[in-house]
Design a protein. Sequence first.
Length: 248
Amino acid sequence: MSIPLLEYTPSSQNSRVRGYEVPSDEQPRVFSTDNLLSSGDYDNLIESAYRQIFFHAFASDREKFLESQLRNGQITVRDFIRGLCLSNTFTNSFYNLNSNYKFAEHCVQKILGRDVYNEAEKIAWSIVIATKGRAGFVNDLLNSDEYLENFGDNIVPFQRRRVLPSGASEVPFNIKNPRYDAYYRRKLGFPKASWQAAVRGYKPQEKQPKAGDPALFAGMAKSLGNIGNQPQSISPYNIDYQNLVPRR
């Protein structure tokens, strides 16, 4: 018996606010099968789906069978996204190298196009993963009202409302959210910090020492070392007390 999805409180994210901004280069491009006119349009749509789910797909990562079914109209874009989320590439790159909490966060970002609201939502979806499995979790996301209202059957998911009212843009999910969990990043040995041998600094021209400044001779004085007389080593065992005391 599966546990129903726990309730969580949605927060007022940027994706929940209706936008009235002027379209620009920061606006996400919508790829849909409703306005495809040529095979090149299908190529762009498929590439956008790979970028959304995989971030990048090599030749060995591509699902040729799913691509053929999509081009022939046998499956919808939603079915194509489902196939990519259940593929071996997504399994090996995300599911096998993350906890259920991190995997739920990845899928919410990639499928629903927004950040998770809070830790309660990650816990709720992780319970779905534990009870229904990975396929049941992906199906629940794709069958949710939020997905159907924003993307439907024919639109490739995208990061919703990236442009903020101030003109700035949110960081893309693939940049701010690492693919691997912290445990597996340490296990795989990255990231590794690289340190420079010397620390370089910049000193303004007006603060640089002038001719005759003692700071210019500090290095030379340090290089000379100790050139004075060495201190004498005096011990009570090498002192002739009888000859040193005057006669009376």
